[in-house]
Design a protein around this ligand. Sequence first.
Ligand SMILES: Cc1cc2nc3c(=O)[nH]c(=O)nc-3n(C[C@H](O)[C@H](O)[C@H](O)COP(=O)(O)OP(=O)(O)OC[C@H]3O[C@@H](n4cnc5c(N)ncnc54)[C@H](O)[C@@H]3O)c2cc1C
Ligand SMILES: *[C@@H]1O[C@H](CO)[C@@H](O)[C@H](O)[C@H]1NC(C)=O
Ligand SMILES: *[C@@H]1O[C@H](CO)[C@@H](O)[C@H](O)[C@H]1NC(C)=O
Ligand SMILES: *[C@@H]1O[C@H](CO)[C@@H](O)[C@H](O)[C@H]1NC(C)=O
Ligand SMILES: *[C@@H]1O[C@H](CO)[C@@H](O)[C@H](O)[C@H]1NC(C)=O
Ligand SMILES: *[C@@H]1O[C@H](CO)[C@@H](O)[C@H](O)[C@H]1NC(C)=O
Ligand SMILES: *[C@@H]1O[C@H](CO)[C@@H](O)[C@H](O)[C@H]1NC(C)=O
Ligand SMILES: *[C@@H]1O[C@H](CO)[C@@H](O)[C@H](O)[C@H]1NC(C)=O
Ligand SMILES: *[C@@H]1O[C@H](CO)[C@@H](O)[C@H](O)[C@H]1NC(C)=O
Ligand SMILES: *[C@@H]1O[C@H](CO)[C@@H](O)[C@H](O)[C@H]1NC(C)=O
Ligand SMILES: *[C@@H]1O[C@H](CO)[C@@H](O)[C@H](O)[C@H]1NC(C)=O
Length: 548
Amino acid sequence: MILPFSCVTLALVVGIHFVEAVVISTLGDLVDQPVDFIVVGAGAGGSVIANRLTENLDVSVLLIEAGGSNEGVLDVAVPGLESFLINSAWDWNFTSTPQNAINNRTLTVSRGFILGGTTSINQMVYTRGSSEDYDRWANLTDDEGWSWDNLQKYIRKNERFTPPVDHHNTTGQFDPSVHGFDGIVSVSLQGFPNGIDNRTIEATRELSAEFPYNLDMNSGFQLGIGWVQATIGDGTRSSSATSYLAPSFISRPNLHVLPNTRVLRILETEQSGSFRMVELTQDGASKEVIISAGTIMTPHILMHSGIGDFEELESLGIKMIHHLPSVGKNLTEQPIVRNKWLVNSTATLETIARNDTLLAEVTEEWERRGMGPLVDPPSNGALSHPAPATGNFLTFSTAVSAPTSRGTISLNSSDPLEYPLINFNLFSSTFDRFVVREAYRMTKKFLAAKSWDGYILAPPTNATTDEELDEYINENAATENHPVGTAAMSPKGATYGVVDPDLRIKGLAGLRIVDASVFPRFPAAHTQVPVYIVAERAADLIKETWRI
Ligand SMILES: Cc1cc2nc3c(=O)[nH]c(=O)nc-3n(C[C@H](O)[C@H](O)[C@H](O)COP(=O)(O)OP(=O)(O)OC[C@H]3O[C@@H](n4cnc5c(N)ncnc54)[C@H](O)[C@@H]3O)c2cc1C
Ligand SMILES: *[C@@H]1O[C@H](CO)[C@@H](O)[C@H](O)[C@H]1NC(C)=O
Ligand SMILES: *[C@@H]1O[C@H](CO)[C@@H](O)[C@H](O)[C@H]1NC(C)=O
Ligand SMILES: *[C@@H]1O[C@H](CO)[C@@H](O)[C@H](O)[C@H]1NC(C)=O
Ligand SMILES: *[C@@H]1O[C@H](CO)[C@@H](O)[C@H](O)[C@H]1NC(C)=O
Ligand SMILES: *[C@@H]1O[C@H](CO)[C@@H](O)[C@H](O)[C@H]1NC(C)=O
Ligand SMILES: *[C@@H]1O[C@H](CO)[C@@H](O)[C@H](O)[C@H]1NC(C)=O
Ligand SMILES: *[C@@H]1O[C@H](CO)[C@@H](O)[C@H](O)[C@H]1NC(C)=O
Ligand SMILES: *[C@@H]1O[C@H](CO)[C@@H](O)[C@H](O)[C@H]1NC(C)=O
Ligand SMILES: *[C@@H]1O[C@H](CO)[C@@H](O)[C@H](O)[C@H]1NC(C)=O
Ligand SMILES: *[C@@H]1O[C@H](CO)[C@@H](O)[C@H](O)[C@H]1NC(C)=O
C-alpha cells in the first residue's frame, strides 16, 4: 500500500524548514506493526529489494522515498518526452563543483526525485556491459558470485523482452538466446523507424573491419554497432516504479511505501556498531536498514550519520561513529561529448521541438494510439534543448564508458539538508581525454561511409589537432549522468572500500547498501541494468542471511 501523504506531513522534503523537529511519528503510527526491513530510496536498487523481500508475506518492508508518485506524470510515461524531465519537479537538480580540466565549468547532475528514482527520468537505454567487466568485479571483490556466468539468473529475473510497439519484423536485430522473457522490467527494440537506420546499418557493412555489426550488444560482448534496446514496453517507459512497484506488488499487505519523505540520517541502536534505525522513526527495523539512495545521496546519508573519514567529519563537527575513509571516494563518471552534425533533412527531432503544434500532435498520437515518434527515447535531448534556431542535426555522442578519472562526494556543512559537493574530477586522467579525442576522430571515419553521402552537411567542429580538439572538448563535455563507486565493494578484510561483497557495510551490523554506489568500477555500460542485476542478487543475499 502507499501511505497517504498526510500521515507524515512533518517528515517531508517540503517541510525542509522544520526538519530540526525530526522525530515526527513513530513507525507504529504509519504501519500497524514493526517492520523487518527499512529501505531508503525507491530507485533502481531500492524497488527491487522492496519487491523481492516482500514475496514472502511474513516479511515486512518499509520503503521510504524522498520524491513523490510517478502516477499520471505524462512526461515520465512518454519515452520521447524524457528531456523535459531534466531540471523539472522530478529532478534533484544537483550541480557539480567547477571542473578544472574543462575550463572550470560546472555540470548539471540529474537524479530522479520520484518513485522509480532515476529510472523514472532516464533515457531508458538497456545495456548490461561486458562479461569481462563482471568477471573483473568477481576478481576485485574476491567473490565469484559477481562473475558474468553467475549473474545470468539475475539478468533473467529482471528482464521481460517484448515486441516493439510497431510490431516490425525484428529478426536479425537481436539475439533471442541471450534474453529473458518473463522478468519484471519491459525491454524492447525501437518502435518507430528512424530515417538514419538504414544508413547506419549500411555503413557497418562498408566499414565492417572497424565498425562491425553487433547482432546483440547485451550478449556479454558489447563492441560494434547494433540496434538499441530500451526499458520500454508498449511504447511506454518501464521504470522500477511501473515494474517492481506495480499495483499488484504495492498492494501486498507487507509492503509499505512512504513517498515525499527524506531520510536525513540513520541512527545507531543501543548496541554500538549496530545500525537498524532511520531518524524518521523511533522503532527502526528489526532486521536491517538498506540504503539505496544512489551514488550521490548514499554517501551523503552515511557521512551525516557519522560513517566516513573521521578527519573530514571532525572538521565539520559531525558526531563520529565509524571511521570508513572510502565513503564518498572513487566517484567515477562517464564524460560525454554530444557532437552535432548538420544534416540535409528535416525529418529530425528539431522539427518537432520548434513546432508546438506538431509536438501536440505527436503527443496526442502517443496518448490515443501509443504510437508515433515519441515511443522511443530522444537520445539527443533535442526536444527540450533545441540546437540553434535553424538547422537539423545528427547527434553522434562520444563517451568514455570505462573512465579512469576518480572524484569525490563530500560534505559542505553539517546540515543534512544541504546538497553535497560533487567533484567528478572529469579528465583528471589523460587517458580519458585521449579516448574522447580518438572517439571523435572515429565518428568522422564512420560518417565518411558512402551511405551518408548527401546527408551529412557539416561537422560540429573544424578542429583536427589534439590542441584544437581539446578546446572543443573543454567547451562541450558533459556527463552521462551515470555516477558510480562512492560506497564501493572490496574483498572482506580489505583496508579500503565501503561494503563487503555481500553489500554489508564493513565493520557494522544491520546496514547494507544496494545501488550504483557499490560498483567497484564501470561495467562499460549505461548503469540502470547493472544496478538491477546487483539488486536482484542482493535480495537473494539478504534472504539467505535471514533464511526468509
Ligand atoms: C538523464 C539521465 C539519463 C540516463 N539514461 C540512462 C540510460 O539510458 N540507461 C541506463 O541504464 N541508465 C541511465 N541513467 C542512469 C540510471 O538511471 C541510474 O544509474 C540508476 O537509476 C541508478 O540507480 P540507483 O538505485 O543507484 O539510484 P536511483 O535510481 O537514483 O534511486 C535513488 C532513489 O533514492 C532517493 N533518495 C535519495 N536520497 C534520499 C533520502 N535522503 N531519503 C529518501 N530517499 C532518497 C531518490 O529520490 C531516488 O528515488 C540515466 C540517468 C539520468 C539522470
Ligand atoms: C528542481 O528544479 C525544478 C525547476 O526549477 C523545481 O521545480 C524542482 O522543485 C527542483 N527539485 C527539487 C528536488 O528541489
Ligand atoms: C580554474 O580554477 C582554478 C582554481 O580556482 C584556477 O587556478 C585555474 O586557472 C582555472 N582554470 C581556468 C581555465 O580558468
Ligand atoms: C584476479 O586476477 C589476477 C590477475 O589476472 C589473478 O592473479 C588473481 O588470481 C585473480 N583473483 C581472483 C580472486 O580471481
Ligand atoms: C522476418 O524476417 C525474416 C528474415 O528477414 C524472415 O525469415 C521471416 O519469415 C520474417 N518473419 C515474418 C513473421 O515475416
Ligand atoms: C530500410 O530498408 C528496408 C529494407 O532493407 C526497407 O524496407 C525500409 O523501407 C528502409 N527504411 C527507410 C527509412 O528507408
Ligand atoms: C579507490 O579504489 C581503489 C581500487 O580501485 C583502491 O585501491 C583505493 O584504495 C580506493 N580509494 C579510496 C580512498 O578508497
Ligand atoms: C507545424 O506543424 C503543423 C502540424 O504538422 C504544420 O501544419 C505546420 O506547417 C508546422 N509549422 C511550421 C512552421 O513548420
Ligand atoms: C558551501 O558552503 C559555503 C559557505 O557556507 C557556501 O558559500 C557555498 O555556496 C556552499 N556550496 C555549495 C555547493 O552548496
Ligand atoms: C540534399 O538532399 C537532396 C535530396 O534529398 C539532394 O538532392 C541534395 O543534393 C542534397 N544536398 C547536399 C548538399 O548534399
Ligand atoms: C568550419 O569551417 C568552415 C569554412 O571555413 C566554416 O564555414 C564553418 O563555420 C566552420 N565550422 C565550425 C563549426 O566552426
